[in-house]
Ligand binder design. Structure first.
Ligand code: SAM
Ligand code: DTB
Ligand code: SF4
Length: 340
């Protein structure tokens, strides 16, 4: 005898009008749901907004590494910490293009270029514009993360063909000063506003597992969800502990709490690409699968993040195949599909 297993949708609605604001208390209440209930709500939101259920692959490159004047407590590139990292100038264009071609040949649709530093120097802007123009011409989506931008710099990058700008809020406003002292939260928000005004898509998320509380995780997600509009892409990084940094020995975070963070991000920002970002190297396949079940639909793809390692491309492709997850293909005109 065959039995029909019915799926009971959650009683409470999971989608909200885009102008909804999220009080931190409501977000904490989501974190406190039984895990099954939280995951099923996240899956409802995911299915409603991403019926294809595909996963986006973005490849990272560090185009300028180390020697940074900022003191971000998690970062290998800050000159305030004694790490093993060697600083380098902006990479030559041909090296960047070679990496971009390889990323595209491997199936990535976006190429994300990171540079160390508080903000781009004026004399480096023409180089960054040239790099963006050339990568875009390869038929890849472009993303850059260069620190704080002035209005004019955001406009110049847009003009050069930049699609996304990554600028993370990293943690809650309350916890921020225990992680970074050389800049403040409002400066991050101001750059995000300029990026949005320049017509760039916003990629903004944070780092989980820095010793913050659940309230801080909820506070970060509240900041993100209450941006109007909320970010197009939300990278959720797990701290990669770096020897020599102040956060090198932070107690590792419980896997389920990390998965809950992804699920809550999916529910409160249902149209965003939620990226299971840094930290996958220390996760098992089952732990990563849990994150996909929680609504993650994007990953960093390729053997390196900025300064640390990442899973091998082949292994990732094999994992996605095992899970029956389709890889997102590049769109001829992606403006129709992303929310702006
Ligand atoms: N310098 C620019 C800035 O800070 O805005 C751009 C590059 S910075 C390395 C980009 C982001 O990488 C940071 O905001 C942080 O979220 C993430 N990140 C850096 N080090 C990390 C680590 N050890 N573990 C997890 N994420 C990290
Ligand atoms: C983001 O949210 N994560 C990426 C990207 N944006 C620039 C960076 C992760 C860095 C992990 C540590 C490292 O490789 O240095
Ligand atoms: Fe510098 Fe960015 Fe690292 Fe902070 S996160 S130390 S700004 S490279």
């Amino acid at each position: 005898m065959s039995q029909v297993v019915s799926f009971h949708p959650p009683a409470a609605p999971v989608t909200l009008p885009t102008d909804a604001t999220w009080p931190v208390e409501d977000i904490i209440a989501l974190f406190e749901l039984p895990l099954n209930e939280l995951l099923s709500r996240a899956q409802e939101a995911h299915k409603a907004h991403f019926p294809e259920g595909d996963v986006e692959l973005a490849t990272l490159i560090s185009i300028k590494t180390g020697g940074c004047e900022e003191d971000c407590g998690y970062c290998s590139q800050s000159s305030h910490h004694e790490t093993e990292l060697k600083a380098s100038k902006i990479l030559p264009l041909d090296e960047i293009l070679e990496a971009a071609r390889a990323a595209k040949a491997n199936g990535a649709i976006r190429f994300c270029m990171g540079a160390s530093g508080r903000s781009p120097k004026e004399r480096d802007m023409p180089k960054y514009e040239e790099i963006v123009r050339a990568v875009k011409a390869l038929g890849l989506e472009t993303c850059a993360t260069l620190g704080m931008l002035r209005e004019e710099q955001a406009l110049r990058l847009k003009e050069a063909g930049l699609d996304y700008y990554n600028h993370n809020l990293d943690t809650s406003p309350e916890y921020y000063p225990s992680v970074i002292t050389t800049r403040n939260y409002q400066e991050r928000l101001d750059t995000l506003g300029r990026v949005r005004n320049a017509g760039l898509k916003v990629c903004c998320g944070g780092i989980i597992g820095m010793g913050e509380s659940r309230r801080d995780r909820a506070g970060l997600l509240a900041q993100l969800a209450n941006l109007n509009p909320y970010p197009n892409a939300v990278p959720i990084n797990h701290l990669v502990p770096i020897a020599g940094t102040p956060l090198a020995n932070v107690e590792p975070l419980d896997t389920f709490e990390f998965a809950r963070t992804i699920a809550v991000a999916r529910i409160i920002m249902p149209k965003a690409r939620v990226r299971l970002s840094a930290g996958r190297e220390s996760m098992s396949e089952a732990e990563q699968a849990l994150c996909f079940m929680a609504g993650a639909n994007s990953i960093f793809y390729g053997e390196k993040l900025l300064t640390t390692g990442n899973a091998e491309a082949e292994k990732d492709r094999a994992l996605l195949k095992k899970l029956g997850l389709k890889i997102k293909e590049i769109e001829a005109d992606h403006h129709h599909h992303d929310h702006d």
